[in-house]
Design a protein around this ligand. Structure first.
Ligand SMILES: Nc1ncnc2c1ncn2[C@@H]1O[C@H](COP(=O)(O)OP(=O)(O)OP(=O)(O)O)[C@@H](O)[C@H]1O
Ligand SMILES: [Mg+2]
Length: 454
């Protein structure tokens, strides 16, 4: 394991070093190739100039005397070329180089040539006369050329060193730019690990990915914090739900045993109600764990949602009437979905019970059913007590009951919507809530429409 800063630093040095190296090598090669071709072509035109010069001298004078040969030699010298001139008899009349071996007076051209070090070009001049112009095989033999190449390479070396230094300096800056936020995020993760969600801090960075990561971690902390709050509240709520009916039953039984109260049928019915409440709570809990296990089995068939809703509303009508509330409907005809009619029934009963429970006398509830883009949309809108903003995100959580509803005499368990959402999702649907405290609540359920099998 290596710290990220160290790793980053190493890679950065490696990359900057190798790129400088690569540039040096490549441009050296490029320079050499370019420079060689340049030198060679300029040498060639120099050679032609020498040959031309020789030809001109010969045509002007008819033959070459000492003076002419000296000026050719001089000319060759300024062009840094080796020249060997032959006369018509193929004898050497001028060579800028001494013969290789001391061959006395030999006039043989071969004696003046050094093919290992020089390459020769042949030119004719006059009638049947040949001249050879030799050039060093290594292009950079002449010291100014070599000096030029050395200077260029020195500049490369210098720039390599400078860019390495810049790299070192940048390396530290880059470490600062990337690592500071990473360490801050790491600190946040550690705080979450220790359960100190509220200590998670904002991370300042202008790097997109790091900003997103920091954001996700912060959201995760908030979520975990909420879960933690819910978990505590859940335990308290279950205890409360169980304690109330049990203590009612207990106090009644004590009164019967002590002979304070007669166990009249009315009193026994009251006890039975409490026991029913407990039983239904336990049944709901069982339902919930079954549904949340993901093993929920639906008896699917083509369901006429319009009929289903009409029937449920007929059942609710008297309850609304007796409470002095209004139940309205606006249902599209024959909307079909593919689903489990008992479960869909349960969904609507849960939501309508809530609408009934959380409205006051004179309030109204409207159920709308319509088709919208291959979906069936069911909207149940009431103008009852509403839900406070802070409670909205939690109404689908187990046992969650807003403080507004807790204050009402109509005891609920806070499970209805949890079950409802599981069922809707098992039908590939969605359920959403919109609400404003004091103004009312709108529940929107969207289910995929029935499509005939192909
Ligand atoms: N139509 C509504 N108007 C106002 N508040 C609502 C409405 N529907 C749901 N709520 C809020 O959401 C909470 C959760 O609803 P849910 O149906 O899960 O539980 P419940 O009605 O309290 O109990 P039960 O499990 O018996 O249905 C309610 O306690 C209430 O605070
Ligand atoms: Mg309910």
């Amino acid at each position: 394991m290596m710290r990220i800063g160290e790793k980053l630093g190493r890679y950065f040095s490696l990359v900057s070093l190798s790129s400088v190296l690569l540039i040096t090598v490549l441009s050296n090669i490029g320079m050499n190739v370019f420079f060689t071709t340049y030198l060679r072509s300029s040498q060639e035109s120099d050679d032609q100039a020498i040959a031309e010069y020789t030809r001109e001298l010969l045509t002007e004078e008819g033959s070459l005397d000492e003076q002419d040969l000296m000026s050719i030699e001089h000319y060759a010298f300024t062009m840094k070329a080796e020249v060997i001139l032959e006369n018509e008899e193929k004898e050497v009349i001028l060579s800028t180089r001494e013969p290789i071996e001391d061959m006395g007076n030999s006039k043989d051209t071969q004696n003046y040539m050094d093919p290992e070090k020089f390459s020769y070009r042949e030119y004719t001049y006059g009638k049947d006369r040949t001249m050879y112009i030799g050039r060093s095989k290594s292009v950079f033999s002449a010291s100014p050329d070599r000096k030029f190449l050395l200077t260029i390479n020195f500049i490369y070396l210098l720039s390599a060193v400078i860019s390495l230094i810049i790299g070192m300096l940048l390396r530290n800056r880059i470490k600062g730019i990337f690592l500071r936020p990473i360490y801050a995020i790491q600190d946040n993760a550690r705080r979450i690990e220790e359960g100190e969600y509220q200590l998670v801090e904002n991370v300042n960075t202008d790097t997109v990915e790091l900003d997103e990561l920091a954001g996700s971690i912060k959201k995760m902390a908030l979520r975990l914090q909420n879960q933690e709050i819910l978990r505590r509240r859940l335990t308290a709520d279950i205890a409360h739900e169980l304690r109330t009916p049990l203590s009612t039953v207990n106090s009644h039984l004590e009164a019967f045993i002590d002979g304070v109260w007669e166990p009249t049928p009315e009193r026994l019915v009251l006890l039975q109600d409490e026991i029913r409440r407990l039983t239904s709570l336990i049944r709901d809990l069982g339902d919930l764990s079954y549904m949340e296990s993901g093993e929920i089995r639906l008896a699917m068939s083509k369901v006429n949602l319009t009929e289903l809703i009409t029937n449920i509303m007929d059942g609710f009508e008297p309850l609304f009437l007796s409470d002095g509330k209004i139940l309205l409907d606006d249902l599209a005809k024959d909307v079909f979905v593919y689903g489990d009619s008992d479960r869909l029934n349960q969904v609507l009963v849960n939501i309508l019970s809530n609408a009934l429970k959380y409205t006051d006398e004179g309030d109204s509830v409207e159920v709308v059913l319509r088709e919208k883009k291959k979906t069936a949309e069911i909207i149940i809108k009431d103008n009852g007590i509403g839900i406070e903003k802070k409670d909205i995100p939690y109404v689908f959580e187990r046992f969650y009951r807003s403080d507004l509803s807790r204050n009402r005499s109509t005891g609920g368990k806070g499970i209805g919507l949890t079950i409802t959402r599981s069922l809707v999702e098992a039908h590939q649907g969605t359920i959403e809530v919109e609400s404003e405290s004091g103004k009312g609540t709108t529940m929107t359920i969207i289910l995929p429409l029935y499509t005939a099998p192909e």
